[in-house]
Design a protein around this ligand. Structure first.
Ligand code: CP
Length: 306
């Protein structure tokens, strides 16, 4: 059984195979081919937290591969009547689905289900912990623009402490040989960030010169306990990615953001909408990467059942 739970579990070879598969799908779709790798398969998306990109991306990916998707509306489900996570998942599996894509506020929930449901489980974001397919699509987007990431310098800017995207990106980028720099107010950095193998900066002005990629992150206010910065305006003033700060970057450097963006807070509109911004490329690449992930997960199941 192949689960997709943590970026740290991917080998370099596995990442490279997923990227090659994503490129192949892009070519085949461009040629107008009808894909059928998931024909007869159903992928359930079970999201206990809000999502636009990730849920729609997995559902699109399943359909582009000739499969079906089943979106579970958690707010209208029997979770509201006290059904447990495990019972909810096992009942969805009993409906006859072939893979579960799970987002949950509690770290470790997808791994917990992976041990219980007998199906491939894909982590679509669990609390502060991990968002592995986001890291795959981010690294894929960087690679498509910059080539091999070995030795490249990626600055992750802002709310690192509460970000599963930062955690997954740090693991995956290290695996690909990139150097990661984290930068933000000390209240938004994890305790002892150097133990993650990253360089640490306090202000963007210290770290943007020499960066190949800068990735500002949204303030994860839904995970904050109390005030982390004096105000959003203060945060924007000292850490927001403005055009003046972008001017410090080398000419080839690109801007990524996992979304959703808060314009005027962590990123200004003229930066988000500039030609250097790959934000919508990330979304388009996300579908290709998730096609590759779903195909791999379900191919492994077939092998196990053969
Ligand atoms: N990047 C990301 O996870 O976006 P959503 O929350 O919209 O899925």
């Amino acid at each position: 059984m192949w689960h997709c739970l943590e970026a740290a579990r991917f080998s370099r070879n596995e990442i490279s195979e997923l990227f090659s598969q994503a490129r192949l799908y892009r070519e085949r779709l461009k040629r107008g081919e009808t894909l059928s790798e998931l024909k007869g398969k159903t992928v359930a998306t079970l999201f206990f937290e809000n999502s636009t990109r990730t849920r729609l991306s997995f559902e699109t990916a399943a359909r582009r591969l000739g499969g079906a998707s089943l979106g579970v509306a958690v707010a209208q489900s029997s979770v509201q009547k006290g059904e447990t996570l495990s019972d909810t998942a096992r009942n969805i599996v009993a409906l006859g689905v072939d893979a579960l894509v799970v987002r949950h506020a509690s770290a470790g929930s997808p791994a917990y289900l992976a041990e219980r449901v007998g199906l491939p489980v894909i982590n679509a974001g669990d609390g502060f912990h991990e968002h592995p397919t986001q890291a795959l699509l981010d690294a894929f987007t960087m690679t498509e623009r910059l080539g091999d990431l070995n030795g490249r310098r990626v600055v992750i800017l802002g709310d690192i402490a509460h970000s599963r995207v930062a955690r997954s990106n740090i693991s995956l980028l290290h695996r690909l040989g990139a150097k990661v720099v984290v930068c933000g107010p000390t209240t938004l950095l994890p305790p002892r960030p150097e133990t993650l193998g990253v360089e640490v900066g306090c202000f963007p002005e210290e770290v943007l010169r020499g960066a190949d990629v800068v990735m500002p992150l949204r303030m994860q206010q839904e995970r904050h306990q109390g005030l982390q910065v004096p105000s959003l305006a203060e945060y924007a003033r000292f850490w927001g990615l403005t055009s003046a700060r972008v001017a410090l970057l080398p000419e080839h450097a690109v801007i990524l953001h996992p979304g959703p963006i808060n314009r005027g807070v962590e990123i200004d509109s003229d930066v988000a909408d500039s030609p250097r911004s790959l934000i919508l490329d990330q979304v388009a690449n996300g579908v290709l990467i998730r096609m590759a992930v779903l195909a791999r997960a379900l191919r492994h199941t077939e092998g196990a059942n053969a």
